[in-house]
Design a protein around this ligand. Structure first.
Ligand code: GLN
Length: 312
């Protein structure tokens, strides 16, 4: 019988194949896919170059590499993605959570914590209501709740997580159950938000589709594996965001805040959209770790965010 292939030989071979297929990070992908079939983390692969790989694992690995060669994202092949410290199940039912969206979770966490700390609630007081509009895999709702649970605050919050896609909501529910958070989140199938929202939300979070239609087909091949409705936002990308802005007066509490993820080139446009549709309201835009405009903070005039009206 031939000697089993080694970890380093398999990674080398797959890296060459993935590079030839146009993958952006072929070596990383090869390591992650091998780690996945070996049930170890990536360090386990890097630290054991001479370890033999059994034929069963090798066959599984080849299958994963072939899917990646065809452009499928690593997160769909592995079936999960790390997001804000959580391993979230990912598949073609919903957008893969992106690292830049962790910024929105941090901002939401700061808002909720500040509100719960500023006005300590008596036992039996109603929970603070948060909406995650277009929840997809449940990433924002669940990362926020997991972080609140670590601060012993999750019991004082109810998150309503909506999506127009029943399939996405199913995945989000699976993630909520998997992380023991299902009691804190109510999933609702709705276009943006249900017609009647009562009482209003203290916080509305949304990572809506915001890619301009003309840009979609020019983007990386990986994106064609994700639901197009989770990405496509019309001619300038902001169609869905504008529809949500129009609902804010009805759904946001008087001192409420909306946190909306936007594209790096949409800072000015979203400020203009708020000025045109929500007279007297404020909109500020914050940058992500790469220094790119990423988060729009929208509130009624009474509660100004930092750096009002400025594009960071
Ligand atoms: N940031 C994502 C991308 O460009 C877009 C996500 C979205 O439309 N909400 O891949």
């Amino acid at each position: 019988m031939a000697d089993a292939a080694t970890v380093s030989a398999l990674v080398r071979e797959a890296t060459a194949r993935l590079a030839a297929s146009g993958a952006g990070s072929p070596r990383l992908d090869a390591e992650l896919l091998l780690a996945h079939v070996l049930h170890v983390d990536r360090t386990g692969v890097i630290a054991n170059p001479d370890a033999p790989v059994g034929t069963g694992a090798q066959a599984q690995y080849e299958a994963g590499v072939a899917r990646r060669e065809a452009g499928e994202p690593v997160a769909y092949i592995r079936g999960f993605r790390e997001f804000h410290g959580l391993a979230l199940a990912t598949d073609a039912r919903a957008l893969i959570p992106r690292p830049e969206t962790e910024l929105l979770v941090d901002a939401a966490l700061a808002e909720v914590s500040a509100r719960l700390t500023a006005a300590p609630r008596s036992a039996g007081a109603p929970a603070l209501r948060v909406a995650d509009v277009g929840t997809g895999s449940g990433a924002i709702a669940l990362a926020l709740l997991a972080a609140l649970r670590a601060r012993r605050m999750a019991d004082r919050v109810l998150v309503v997580a909506t999506d127009a896609s029943a399939a996405a909501l199913e995945l989000a529910r699976e993630n909520a159950v998997g992380h023991g958070l299902a009691d804190h989140v109510r999933f609702v199938e709705a276009d943006l938000l249900p017609p009647v929202v009562d009482p209003p939300y203290a916080l509305v979070c949304a990572n809506l589709p915001y890619v301009a239609t003309a840009q979609i087909d020019g983007l990386a091949r990986e994106l064609s594996f994700e639901p197009r409705v989770a990405l496509e936002g019309g001619p300038d990308g902001l169609d869905v965001v504008r529809r949500l802005l129009d609902r804010l007066p009805d759904v946001l509490a008087a001192d409420g805040v909306a946190l909306l993820e936007i594209g790096a080139d949409q800072g000015e446009a979203v400020i203009e959209a708020v000025a045109a549709r929500l007279p007297g309201w404020r909109c500020s835009v914050e940058a992500d770790l790469a220094g790119l405009p990423r988060l729009a903070r929208v509130a009624r005039s009474a509660v100004a965010g930092p750096a009002e009206g400025a594009v960071a």
